[in-house]
Design a protein around this ligand. Structure first.
Ligand code: SF4
Length: 385
């Protein structure tokens, strides 16, 4: 108590966040699982002397194994799953001209902001859970079953670039009827760095390892989720194919980078789908006000699909990432993700074999009744504090 009160940098208090995790790792009755978000891999290296934006995913998987986790997964897998559901949702709404524009919801800061300040926009929100929640849910409800594990004995951790993700896991709207928590604990990138140091792991010299199957398999589309425009680009790669058409193109340069408002178009069923990507809450207001104006004047919506991230640059610049004084840090971390996407053989969510397996054996099809029951959520207007 006294030490916590007197610790000048609050380090002792932050360490308390690790206690349940250390207890879980030491408890032989528990099976510990962990996922890492796309953005974490292009920031954690900075804590150990690597260049900004260098992708150290392989070393992170290796470090997590040394820390004692039983299975290591990747949130980029959940991002592929989110894309399957969200692209299906877009096609459905577009065909029926229903609640357009569709707005992305994987950023919990943005979700809470909208529930408070733009309540009239709630019907436009995608009902898809975030990649973190989808990976968490499938860990306890699919992986556990496959491996004959009792889901109640799984302790499931998520390493995130973001402090808001700690709030997301306790949202009432995500509570499961049987009381099982899909994700038990969120640690930030900086907290993981501290754990690695406390355990005395020589991070810089670790030999890179692979994540575990099945929830560790991902495409380049899932990986670029960590940068502004990435969710949209991933969705566009898959939407044209799911609509029965051909892939228009793989890369959407015009929605990459740090411009405040970025736009592009694709064609579905010979009709134009107008897209906008925005990041940083000031820019979001501009986009939402335009939509409100169109609605009030009974005009056609200026856009059909909108990606919003609360942090400027997207999750690569999240509040849980390594601190940096470097000006171009956002750009360099995003480059780290796009560079890796280019190198991967698998670049579209619908081609991920793990995703195909889960639909074939568990969820039936994207947008199915079961998929809705498990992978979708809802939003509630909240009082302005
Ligand atoms: Fe968190 Fe920022 Fe990413 Fe939103 S954009 S999920 S607040 S890191």
């Amino acid at each position: 108590g006294q030490c916590v009160a007197h610790c000048p940098v609050n380090a002792l208090k932050e360490n308390e966040a690790f206690n349940p995790l250390y207890a879980a790792l030491a408890n032989k009755d528990l099976y510990t699982t962990v996922q890492i978000a796309p953005a974490v891999r292009v920031s954690l290296g900075e804590e150990f002397g690597f260049k900004i934006g260098e992708n150290v995913a392989g070393k992170i998987y290796a470090a997590l194994r040394r820390l004692g986790f039983n299975a290591i997964f990747d949130t980029s897998f959940g991002a592929d799953m989110t894309i399957m559901e969200e692209a299906t949702e877009l096609l459905h709404r577009f065909k029926n001209n229903d609640n357009l524009p569709l707005i992305t919801t994987c950023c919990p800061s943005w979700v809470v902001y909208l529930e408070r300040f733009y309540q009239d926009m709630i019907p436009h929100f995608s009902s898809c859970k975030s990649p973190m929640m989808m990976t968490g849910l499938l860990t306890k409800r699919y992986y556990a079953d496959k491996k004959n594990l009792d889901p109640k004995k799984i302790f499931n951790v998520a390493i995130m670039p973001c402090t808001s993700k700690k709030e997301e896991i306790i949202r009432n709207e995500l509570a499961q009827p049987d009381g099982l928590e899909d994700v038990d604990l969120v640690l930030t990138t900086r907290e993981l760095a501290r754990m690695i140091r406390q355990a005395g792991i020589d991070f810089a010299n670790l030999t890179p390892e692979d994540p575990d199957s099945l929830l560790g398999e991902f495409s380049g589309a899932g990986l670029i989720f960590g940068a502004t425009g990435g969710v949209m680009e991933a969705a566009l790669r898959t939407a044209s194919v799911l609509s029965g058409g051909n892939l228009e193109r793989l890369e959407f340069e015009s929605i990459r980078g740090l411009d405040d408002i970025k736009e592009t178009k694709i064609t579905i069923d010979n009709k134009e789908v107008r897209i906008v990507v925005t990041h940083g809450l000031v820019n979001v207001q501009y986009v939402l006000d335009k939509i409100r104006e169109a609605k009030l004047n009974n005009q056609e919506t200026p856009w059909h699909f909108i990606e919003v991230m609360a942090c400027k640059g997207g999750c690569v610049s999240g509040g849980g990432q390594s601190y940096s004084k470097e000006e171009q840090v956002r750009e360099r971390r995003a480059k780290g993700l796009y560079h890796d996407d280019e190198k991967l053989a698998l670049r579209m969510s619908h081609e991920n074999p793990a995703i195909k397996e889960i639909y074939d054996h568990f969820l039936d099809a994207p947008g199915s009744h079961k998929a809705h029951e498990l992978l979708h959520t809802y939003y509630t207007a909240k009082p302005i504090k």
